[in-house]
Unconditional design. Structure first.
Length: 153
């Protein structure tokens, strides 16, 4: 038996007053999930709780038996986290710097670690490290890029 849940419909929920899984009437739903329910036994209104508090995850024998996984906010991926940290360190490096502190990036220029530069396409950046005489790693707002330097100087 699988009936679609809807406002005014019935659902098994834990009652905070009766302290049991009991039949409830759905008062409010968000999407397909009941959020507020009314206990058919004691008529109290409370939030929908598909399980007993503290219960791990044993589906009740009675009722719909439908397990409703609690929606979880997607955990920040490692890449997203690195991305955020990079943007933060970029902002820190750029913050409060005057326009004159930025050197226009030219392939013929040579840069040192910590130098601020302005790239015609990528915008403001800070030199993270000098890879070798011909290459620098530059942190831009949207990405870290390896740029050539000292070419034809
Ligand atoms: Zn109740």
């Amino acid at each position: 038996m699988s009936k679609a849940l809807k406002t005014g419909g019935e659902v098994d929920s834990y009652c905070t007053k009766c302290k049991m899984i009991l039949n409830h009437r759905i008062i409010a739903m968000v999407g397909t999930t009941p959020v507020r329910v009314e206990c058919s036994t004691c008529n109290s209104h409370h939030n929908y709780r598909p399980r007993m508090p503290g219960e791990k995850s044993s589906p009740t024998a009675s009722g719909t038996g439908r397990s409703s996984p609690t929606p979880r906010v997607a955990k920040e991926t490692r890449a997203a986290q690195a991305e955020r940290e990079r943007t933060q360190s970029w902002e820190k490096s750029i913050a409060g710097k005057a326009l004159k502190d930025f050197r226009p990036y030219r392939i013929s220029e040579r840069f040192n670690e910590g130098d601020l530069l302005r790239h015609s396409k990528f915008g403001d950046g800070v030199v993270l490290r000098v890879i070798d005489a011909g290459k620098v790693e530059v942190l831009f707002k949207d990405d870290t890029r390896t740029l050539a330097q000292g070419i034809g100087a």
